[in-house]
Design a binder for this molecule. Structure first.
Ligand code: GAL
Length: 662
């Protein structure tokens, strides 16, 4: 049954059909055909209903220029279909075959120093290469023509984790084209980039280059534009392939998988072009904040999708790319999978189905590891598959928005991460993480939003840091507070305009008025391990010499050069926090601000290691701890997983999960 989305394109529901998709990347080209039979048998036993095929299969599909070897894929598709396993079919364009690089070296990207990124790994393509794009379009077209109507096909997966940069000559040409579109004239570009500084004025477009290795600091707006351009070039590649597959299968949704909190793609822009938002998520099982990292990425992805989304990849056990790669202790794979489902995932998928025996990822776990079907990982995966199969129908498709939004913007992130800034210790992504963690630990559900989004539905908006703020965004924040919203902002917000020009007064005047700041005299960044004493807490990373206007000092600096000056200001419903309070203090502050905005935790009295998440009228309760806990859940509920009635109090074992329905 087709459920058209407002834009008329199909969506995730067309692929899930009321279930939760469960499965992973399947690379049958790495295995003899006898193994495929065993794969399908074990997939069925494990409850796998979806696999992603062909992500890195270009050389198998086109072993020589123009050749087409579809026979093996025909057989795999038929086998999967015959066994009730749907196929997310990938365009193989993220890893071109060696012949492409050999015959057309211009398809290979160049780094900042002009060095070539050769084949022999993966993702060795230049987004700007016309030859690459032509070959990528041709194989995509033939795949779509052949499989666009295939009954196994449920979704298209374009490329994989778009993440390449290119400083080469062809890229210089597309950079100029992009800049011409943005600025129109060289005068406008010179003005935007501030090229009066250091004799950088451009007199001819041919002089304009990607920000290649320079003797000393590159022009910051040039670097910012290069990041914008790179995201846009990769998006052009995506859209070109998406449009091809759409022509052959207009009823099949299209996605490309994001990396979590990946700096290279402006995800707010990208999701406008995607039918399904999907993400790959690999928290470290040893990371004490692994669950919070998961929550952050899931909150972000749900907000980008504005509804259910797809967990395209996770690891059933260890990855292979950390210094030390830890397995998941028993129960953790299930817990983190349900954490994603709680936050709106309608697909729980892995990289990859069967662990490789060769190649760079042979020590990366699979759903079916080297230990085989008796292995603990496969056994746990199978039990999870059975559970998702049983309860998926009652969960799939549900969505709820939160009362709180955290603002995040890629352009602000890019501009705020440049060289030669007041403190290299300030990493905008880490600041976002710190504020999200505070909300997470306060058990307050949160969405993410773009600073120019309509925020009027939110009771509280949190701005961890938006160094670059457009005029539209600044107006939006002011209007939001005027309209009755509560806003709390961290430091380094509203410093620069869209072209990274510092705002007069050192901070946008609209924000200074909003927060009741008369003068922002100086920033006093802190060294690692240095703290700014404040009444009631310690600040880290940063402090500021502020003269308040009509704001009230909620807390003040104590000691040091800033003694007695305001640290946290409040003007009505607008709060400004001029340092990064230590985690406990930030959590308390956020909880106070939320309470003032009328926002309550998802559940009261939750133990620290327990997380509660609402999805529609379901309440997910997750124990991230290793010890059993008792959680107060007022009222009577049905636990979909435990198949039990729960009244007022819920027992959860180590890594336990309950899905409570009214
Ligand atoms: C992802 C990628 C997969 C695999 C996985 C390993 O980034 O999409 O192909 O490499 O990482 O964790």
């Amino acid at each position: 049954m087709r459920t058209p989305r407002p834009d008329g394109h199909p969506g995730l529901a067309d692929a899930t059909r009321g279930r939760i998709l469960f499965g992973g990347d399947y690379n049958p080209e790495q295995w003899p055909e006898e193994t495929w039979q065993e794969d399908v048998r074990l997939m069925k036993e494990a409850g796998v209903n979806s696999v992603t095929l062909g992500v890195f299969a270009w050389a198998k599909l086109e072993p020589r220029p123009g050749a087409r070897e579809f026979g093996w894929l025909d057989r795999v598709m038929a086998l999967l279909h015959g066994n009730g396993v749907g196929v997310v079919l990938a365009t193989p364009t993220s890893s071109p075959p060696p012949w492409l690089g050999r015959l057309h070296p211009d398809t290979l990207p160049r780094d900042q120093d002009g060095r070539t990124e050769w084949w022999g790994g993966r993702q060795h393509f230049s987004h700007s290469s016309a030859v690459y794009r032509r070959h990528a379009a041709a194989i995509t077209e033939d795949l779509a023509a052949r499989y666009g109507d295939h009954p196994a096909l449920t979704m298209w997966h374009v490329n994989n984790e778009y993440c390449t940069y290119d400083w080469g000559d062809e890229a210089a040409g597309t950079f100029r084209r992009w800049l011409r579109d943005r600025y129109g004239t060289l005068d406008a570009l010179n003005s935007a980039w501030g090229t009066a500084f250091w004799s950088q004025g451009y007199g001819d477009w041919a002089e304009v280059l990607p920000p290649r290795r320079a003797h000393y600091l590159n022009n910051p707006t040039q670097v910012l534009d290069f990041k914008r351009y790179t995201s846009d070039m990769l998006l052009e590649c995506y859209v070109a392939e998406r449009d091809i597959v759409r022509r052959y299968s207009p009823h099949v949704p299209v996605t490309t998988n994001f990396m979590p909190m990946w700096a290279g793609q402006d995800a707010w822009r990208w999701v406008q072009e995607e039918d399904v938002v999907s993400v790959d998520l690999y928290p470290d099982p040893r990371d004490p904040f692994g669950a919070q990292h998961g929550a952050l990425v899931q909150d972000m992805t749900r907000s980008q999708a504005r509804g259910p989304w797809m967990l395209m990849e996770q690891a059933a056990g260890p990855v292979n790319w950390r210094g030390v790669n830890h397995p998941k202790p028993p129960g953790l794979n299930r817990l983190w999978s349900f954490q994603a489902v709680a936050r709106g995932a309608d697909a729980v998928c892995y990289f990859q189905w069967r662990q490789s025996r060769q190649g760079a990822e042979k020590f990366h776990s699979g759903m079916l590891g080297h230990a085989g079907e008796q292995g603990r990982t496969y056994q746990e995966v199978s039990r999870l598959g059975a559970e998702l199969d049983r309860v998926g129908g009652e969960i799939s498709g549900r969505h709820s928005a939160c009362e709180v939004a955290v603002l995040h913007d890629w352009h602000a992130w890019w501009a705020g991460s440049q060289d030669a800034r007041p403190s290299r210790e300030v990493d905008p992504a880490e600041v976002v993480r710190a504020w999200h963690r505070a909300l997470w630990e306060a058990h307050i559900g949160t969405d993410f939003a773009h600073p120019e989004h309509d925020l009027s539905g939110y009771a509280l908006v949190v701005v961890p840091q938006l160094y670059l703020l457009t005029d539209a965004a600044a107006d939006n924040l002011v209007a939001y507070v005027r309209g009755g919203g509560t806003l709390v902002s961290g430091f380094l917000t509203g410093i620069a305009d869209e072209e990274d020009r510092v705002r007069p007064g050192g901070m946008d005047v609209r924000l200074r008025e909003l927060f009741g700041i008369r003068t922002l005299h100086e920033w006093w960044p802190l060294d690692p391990g240095e703290y700014a004493g404040c009444d009631g807490f310690r600040g880290t990373l940063w402090s500021e010499e502020i003269e308040a206007g009509d704001a009230v000092a909620h807390s003040r600096y104590q000691g040091g050069e800033l003694d007695g000056l305001p640290a946290v200001l409040r003007r009505g419903r607008a709060w400004y926090v001029s340092t990064l309070p230590e985690p406990d203090a930030l959590r308390e502050l956020v909880a106070d601000v939320a309470a003032a905005a009328g926002v309550r935790p998802v559940l009261d009295g939750l133990p620290a290691e327990v997380e509660a998440v609402r999805r529609g009228d379901l309440l997910f309760v997750l124990n991230h701890g290793r010890d059993p806990v008792t959680v107060a859940v007022p009222g009577t509920h049905r636990d979909l997983l435990g198949r039990r009635r729960v009244t007022d109090s819920l027992e959860l074992g180590r890594y336990g999960v309950a899905v409570l329905s009214p």
